[in-house]
Design a protein around this ligand. Structure first.
Ligand code: FBP
Length: 306
């Protein structure tokens, strides 16, 4: 496989990584219909853990089958498929080598009142299953944020030493943030920056809204304004916070919404220099044909053909 100039340039941003990690990042960046472009669409299916099976899969019952998600990601020509241990194990042999996988190594569930996640898989699992990366969620602002960051530090060091890449879901939540604060522009940018500081290769955040939440940051945003009304400008601000664009930043899809609403977000991510989307519910909760159509429309936007 010949790497494109763009992928070589992206790999050059990761100056401390060994050839194994770079090869795994290259695998993700070169796979699927967006392979080589520097943009990505990834399918994450950890919602069964996070929200429960019925809330996740009842809208499209074939999605109860773990193999369905491998098929969907492969047929859609996505860059990678991310899931917790059981989901990856369930299709590991059938789909070995068919699509890069990201093993989600910590998980939360809706039966807990604390904002925390349990470590549910290991770096050894990721290697055994042929994954290209581990995935880890941190909740900046939660009562457990520092333990989560310390767990990530340890797992990321181990993963990198074994030549794996590290994908960080950086989702602010906790007592000091109201619902609007969780996706406020300053908070999303802060979350992306912290993930970069902990050593993430790929950072996943939610699309930022026009709210500025942190009292201490308001003056700075007044002095150095971002065009809050422009979704692309907000995306660009988050990407800037991730080492001035020297880290890959992808944006999540959120709850199921209309295709047009999702594509509008994707246009803003593309225009703002975001590196792609990691979209779960909006893909697997639709009937497969519809999901394939939507994913294909997203890919077209990232290919610069809106
Ligand atoms: P969606 O596209 O379904 O939002 O998936 C992205 C994701 O990060 C999942 O990996 C995760 O399960 C989910 O969002 C968590 O969402 P929340 O924390 O808002 O419940």
């Amino acid at each position: 496989m010949k790497l494109t100039r763009r992928v070589k340039e992206i790999l050059s941003w990761y100056e401390s990584d060994n050839p194994g990690t770079k090869a795994n990042l290259a695998r993700i960046l070169m796979s699927g219909k967006l392979g080589g472009t520097g943009r990505m669409v990834i399918l994450p299916v950890d919602q069964g853990f996070e929200h429960g099976p019925a809330r996740s899969f009842a809208p499209n019952p074939p999605a109860y089958d773990p193999l369905y998600h491998f098929e969907l990601a492969i047929e859609a020509g996505l860059n990678a498929y991310a899931a917790p241990l059981g989901m990856i194990e369930a299709g590991a042999a059938t789909y070995a080598g068919c699509i890069p996988t990201i093993l989600k190594v910590n998980s939360s569930n809706s039966l807990s009142t604390t904002k925390d996640q349990a470590v549910t898989a290991t770096v050894a699992d990721a290697l055994r299953l042929g994954c290209s990366a581990i995935g880890f969620t941190i909740y900046p602002a939660s009562e457990h944020q520092f333990e989560m960051m310390e767990e990530l530090r340890e797992l990321a060091a181990e993963a990198k030493a074994c030549g794996l890449a590290v994908v960080v879901w950086s989702y602010p939540r906790g007592p000091m943030l109201d619902k609007a604060g969780e996706t406020a522009l300053d908070i999303c940018a802060y979350a992306a920056h912290m993930a970069a500081l902990i050593g993430a290769h790929i950072i996943k955040v939610k699309p930022p809204t026009s709210t500025i939440s942190l009292e201490a940051a308001k003056k700075t945003y007044e002095a150095h304004p971002v065009d809050l009304k422009d979704a692309a400008a907000r995306i660009a601000h988050v990407v800037k916070a991730a080492f001035n664009g020297r880290r890959l930043v992808v944006f999540s899809g959120g709850e199921a919404k209309s295709s047009e609403a999702l594509l509008e977000e994707v246009r803003a991510i593309h225009a703002g220099g975001g590196h792609g989307s990691i979209v779960g519910r909006n893909a697997f909760q639709r009937p497969k044909e519809e999901a394939l159509k939507l994913l294909s429309a997203m890919i077209e936007i990232y290919r610069g053909r809106p």
